[in-house]
Write a protein that binds this ligand. Structure first.
Ligand SMILES: *Cc1c(COP(=O)(O)O)cnc(C)c1O
Length: 457
C-alpha cells in the first residue's frame, strides 16, 4: 500500500510539473493511444502497480492541461496545491459524510467551511448551506428550497404531494440564463420552457424594469457572472422589485459570486445579499479539484424541508448539523474539506488577491488584443474576455490554430450574433509571464490570417 501510494504521488507530481512544457490539449497521438484501455474485461487480477502505471502512461498524456496555468477554455481554476493535498487526505479518510454522529470530523469541518463562506461572500449568516457537485446541482438544490417555501405559503406541501394539482409557479429567468439553470428547472418539474424570459442589456444583464408583475407563487432567477461576458445582473434592484410581488429571488453565481470576496470587485455583486438563495462553484474560482458546488438558502428550514429524510437505521438525531439534511445526496464525499483548506490557507487577503489577480490578467489580455486592432466584444469587468478577429470563419480558424499550437487553450462562442474567442482566466497558477506568452502566440496566429486577408483584398 505504502509503495503504491508513494509511486502514485510521484506520478501526480511529475504530471503537474510537466504541465508547463507540454501542449495544453492532448496530442492526436496521445488520444490514439487511449485504445490501450480498450481491452476485454480481465478475468484474472493483476498487480495494482501495473494498473496505475497504465493510467499514468496512457491517461496522463491524454488529459487536457486544465490544472496548468494556460488553460483559458472554461471558467475552471486549477487545483491549489493545498486543495489537492487536502483532497488526497480526505480521500484517504473515505468518510461517507452523511451524519454528524457517524462522521463528526468531516461534518464539523464542513460546518466551519460553510460559516466562513457566508462570511467571505457577505451572505446572511443564518443561511443553510450544502456542498454539492457543481453549480447545476447547486441551482437545483436552492430552487428545491424555493419551490418548498413558496408553495408552503400557498398551503401546499410539495415534498409530500408533488406538483400535480399544486398552485402553478411562475418562474422568471433572464434571456441570458445559463443552460444548466434550465436543466435544474426541468429536474424540479418547473419546466425548461415554462418560464418568463426577461430581456437583457448588451452585456447580458437582466433589465429589472422589464420584469412584469408576477403573481405569487413566483421565482426570479438572476445571475452574477455571465459565462460569456462575466456581466452581473443588478440583483439588489431586482430584489427590491421582487419584494413587492413576494417573489423568491435566486442567484446563479457559479463564478461571479466570488467577486464579493474581492474589495475592488465587490461593487459588481452589490445587493446579492438581499436574495433568498444562491448557487456557486468552488471548482471554478476557488480552485479546488472537481467537483464542488455550493448552495446557500436564507431560510435554512426551507432547504432542510426539501432535502432531509429520516430512517430507523440512521442515527439522524443530533444537535449538530447533519450534512445530508441539506443535500440531494445521501452518501457523499466531504467536499468541504478542500474548501476549508483553501480558505484556511489563503485567508481573506489571499482569496481577494486570487480573484483580483485573475481579473487583472483578463484586462491585460483585452488591452493588448485591442491595441493590436482586434475587437473586444464585452466590458471586461471580471475574468472573461470575448475577442473577435473578424468574421466567424477567421475567428474560428484562429481558435483552431491556437488550440493546435498548444501554448494556451481558448474556446469559441457566439455572443449576440458575433463569433468570438473566449478567454476565461480563473486559475491560481496563471502568472504575468503566462499571459505574455499566450498573448504572443495569439497575436502571431491571428496576424497570419489577418494579413492574408489584407493581401487578398
Ligand atoms: C459553470 C456555470 C454553471 C454550471 O456549473 P457546473 O459546475 O458545471 O454544474 C451554471 N451557471 C453558470 C453561470 C456557470 O458559469
Amino acid at each position: 500500500m505504502r509503495k503504491l501510494l508513494g509511486t502514485t504521488t510521484e506520478y501526480a507530481i511529475r504530471y503537474l510539473e510537466g504541465l508547463d512544457t507540454r501542449k495544453v490539449a492532448p496530442t492526436e497521438a496521445a488520444i490514439a493511444n487511449l485504445t490501450e484501455f480498450d481491452e476485454p474485461l480481465p478475468d484474472e487480477s493483476v498487480d495494482p502497480k501495473l494498473v496505475l502505471q497504465l493510467l499514468d502512461k496512457v491517461g496522463s498524456p491524454a488529459s487536457m492541461a486544465m490544472a496548468g496555468s494556460r488553460f483559458f477554455g472554461m471558467v475552471t481554476g486549477g487545483s491549489l496545491p493545498v486543495a489537492l493535498a487536502a483532497n488526497w487526505l480526505a480521500a484517504a479518510w473515505d468518510q461517507n459524510s452523511v451524519l454528524y454522529r457517524v462522521t463528526p470530523g468531516t461534518a464539523f469541518i464542513e460546518q466551519v467551511a460553510l460559516r466562513w463562506l457566508l462570511d467571505i461572500l457577505h451572505l446572511p449568516a443564518q443561511c443553510g448551506g450544502a456542498f454539492v457537485t457543481g453549480a447545476t446541482m447547486a441551482n437545483f438544490t436552492a430552487l428545491a428550497a424555493a419551490r418548498h417555501a413558496i408553495l408552503q405559503q400557498e398551503g401546499w406541501n410539495v415534498e409530500a404531494e408533488g406538483l400535480f394539482g399544486a398552485p402553478p409557479i411562475t418562474v422568471a429567468v433572464s434571456e441570458e440564463a445559463h443552460p444548466s439553470l434550465f436543466k435544474a428547472l426541468g429536474l424540479l418539474g418547473l419546466g425548461r420552457n415554462r418560464v418568463v424570459k426577461i430581456p437583457v442589456d448588451r452585456q447580458g444583464r437582466m433589465r429589472p424594469e422589464a420584469i412584469p408583475f408576477l403573481t405569487h407563487p413566483a421565482i426570479i432567477c438572476t445571475q452574477v457572472g455571465n459565462v460569456n461576458t462575466g456581466a452581473c445582473d443588478p440583483v439588489g434592484e431586482i430584489c427590491d422589485r421582487a419584494k413587492v410581488m413576494g417573489a423568491w429571488v435566486h442567484v446563479d453565481g457559479a463564478f461571479g459570486l466570488w467577486a464579493s470576496a474581492a474589495p475592488s470587485l465587490a461593487h459588481l455583486t452589490a445587493g446579492v445579499e438581499k436574495a433568498d438563495s444562491w448557487a456557486t462553484d468552488a471548482h471554478k474560482w476557488l480552485n479546488v479539484p472537481h467537483d464542488c458546488g455550493l448552495a446557500f438558502v436564507r431560510d435554512a428550514h426551507a432547504l432542510q424541508a426539501a432535502m432531509a429524510i429520516t430512517a430507523d437505521y440512521l442515527p439522524t438525531l443530533s444537535n449538530q448539523r447533519n450534512p445530508s439534511d441539506y443535500t440531494p445526496e445521501l452518501s457523499r464525499r466531504a467536499r468541504g474539506v478542500e474548501v476549508w483548506a483553501v480558505l484556511r490557507s489563503l485567508g481573506r487577503s489571499g482569496l481577494a488577491d486570487l480573484i483580483e489577480r485573475t481579473c487583472r490578467h483578463a484586462r491585460h489580455f483585452a488591452k493588448e488584443l485591442k491595441a493590436a486592432g482586434y475587437k473586444i466584444l464585452n466590458d471586461v469587468e471580471l475574468n472573461q474576455v470575448l475577442v473577435s478577429f473578424g468574421d466567424a470563419q477567421t475567428t474560428n480558424r484562429i481558435i483552431a490554430d491556437l488550440q493546435a499550437e498548444g501554448t494556451c487553450w481558448c474556446g469559441g462562442t457566439v455572443w449576440q450574433g458575433q463569433t468570438a474567442m473566449r478567454i476565461c482566466v480563473s486559475s491560481w497558477a496563471t502568472t504575468d509571464a503566462d499571459v505574455e506568452k499566450s498573448l504572443a502566440v495569439m497575436l502571431r496566429v491571428a496576424e497570419k490570417y489577418c494579413s492574408c486577408e489584407l493581401e487578398a483584398a
